[in-house]
Design a protein around this ligand. Structure first.
Ligand SMILES: N[C@@H](CCC(=O)N[C@@H](CS)C(=O)NCC(=O)O)C(=O)O
Length: 198
């Protein structure tokens, strides 16, 4: 059965899972989640994912949530994008989910997807300051190495890049982070790569 990924284009967390599926050559199809009209909070959606979040992966009676779990499942099943030290890969999956993607997701939401007059400027400034430390750490880690964990692309790369291709402003300027920028180019050069909004 073709696997389904419940997702939407603006969701960087969905993108990580979709990118892993796509680059692995997995048999999958996206199922659109109407996030901006509250679908993830509706009872029907919560029955599928009590955490009320996208993405959700479904295949042959299996339901998985949390993008990192979906990525691991796909990588283990296909044997792709898992070369390298497993603890190192897991370390970056956890770091990204805690310090990078979750912070970008909420900052980008506050800066772009709510009415201008309702944007909490102090919260945005606080988040951007914390994110700057995360960009600095990632840029430093990528100086002198091509990939986050190991000698080839892994799911650690696909989780950390999740939000960094989106055009909306959230305080990330690629020109300020040359090693991150070069790494994003490398990922975008992998055969089958797609932009999140395609
Ligand atoms: N750690 C989760 C984060 C998922 C997440 O926050 N998804 C967002 C969309 S990008 C969502 O559905 N948020 C619902 C909400 O916060 O109410 C993952 O990696 O799957």
């Amino acid at each position: 059965m073709t696997a389904q990924l419940f997702c939407f284009g603006e969701s960087g967390h969905s993108y990580k899972a979709a990118l892993t599926l796509e680059l692995s050559g997995y048999d999958w199809q996206p199922v659109y989640v109407d996030f901006f009209n509250g679908e993830v909070r509706a009872n029907a959606y919560r029955e599928m994912n009590e955490m009320a979040e996208a993405p959700v992966f479904r295949e042959d009676g299996l339901t998985l949530t949390q993008s990192a779990v979906i990525q691991l499942h796909v990588a283990e099943k296909t044997g792709k994008f898992l070369d390298g030290d497993r603890n190192e890969i897991l370390r970056w999956l956890f770091w990204d989910n805690h310090k990078l993607s979750s912070a970008i997701g909420s900052t980008r939401f506050l800066m772009n997807f709510i009415p201008e007059g309702k944007r909490p400027l102090e919260v945005i400034a606080f988040q951007q300051a914390r994110l700057k430390s995360a960009y600095k750490l990632l840029d430093g880690h990528l100086s002198g190495r091509d990939w986050i964990a190991g000698d080839a692309a892994t799911i650690a790369d696909f989780t950390c890049c999740g939000y960094l291709y989106y055009p909306e402003p959230f305080g990330f300027d690629r020109a300020e982070w040359p090693h991150i920028s070069a790494w994003l180019e490398r990922i975008a050069s992998l055969p089958g790569w797609k932009h999140p909004m395609i």
